[in-house]
Design a protein around this ligand. Sequence first.
Ligand SMILES: [Cu+2]
Length: 193
Amino acid sequence: MDRYDTKQYRELYASTQAAVDAMKAGRPLPDDTVLTLVQYKAQVDAAGAPVRGANGRFVKGDLVGFTVMEKRAGWGTEYPAEWRNGDWEYAAFNPAGVLNDKVGAAAASAAPRSDVSIMGFAFGPNKVTVDAGKPVTWVNGDESPHQIAITSTKARSPILIKGQSHAMTFASAGTYEYMCGLHPNMKGTVEVR
Ligand SMILES: [Cu+2]
């Protein structure tokens, strides 16, 4: 997975095929599932923009660390409700595999999330899928201002300068094409289910 906002190349692993099958089917993951995220810096060019390989994806650079989440029945009861994520427990490890105990459940669940980052005059990822009525958040990481303009509904975000974000919700299922209101060659898609 290419992570545009943090310029990372990421690999995600599940401990069992049953976990992958459950995820694909939209079912809760089985107890004892371990999910591991391996984070690498994306290789960047002289201007700091991520380099792309022949497949159009980011190119793996230095290892940053590992984030691991594991689900076991009854785990997580000691956390306040606003931190707890079901029976999941989280841990982060440095590149040498040493536990970083300063990162815990709080950091994992309080991390701000953007669904789409605007970087280098592109929307990344180019296509996102969201449930009807749930927000999609765009964050502009470019020096240039940008604006989200939904083609079919004519809805437009405010013009976003660097660091600004905007969330939109879509009431009904469908495929929504959008472009930048300032740079119409920038295009993206929101799939609402
Ligand atoms: Cu733009």
